[in-house]
Design a protein around this ligand. Structure first.
Ligand SMILES: [Zn+2]
Length: 72
């Protein structure tokens, strides 16, 4: 698992304000606590790229994500 101190500074890349925190539900992924998108963790490195994001069930476009819509 990632160092909790490191995890604390990571933010969801969909959030323009960079406020949405991430949690680690298991070894292989991170989850945004706001929009529920998952990001892969490969060899211990979180891949926080919009292109690598796994959208939550029922969500067909990143534009529907709560994080995406946080922009002022
Ligand atoms: Zn998010």
């Amino acid at each position: 698992m990632l160092d909790p101190e490191f995890l604390k500074i990571l933010r969801c890349p969909f959030d323009p304000k960079r406020e949405a925190p991430l949690s680690q539900p298991d070894e292989t992924r991170l989850a945004c606590e706001c929009c529920k998108v998952h990001f892969p963790v490969r060899d211990g490195f979180p891949i926080l790229l919009v292109d690598e994001a796994v959208l939550p069930e029922g969500c067909t476009s990143a534009e529907q994500l709560p994080c995406h819509n946080r922009s002022a």
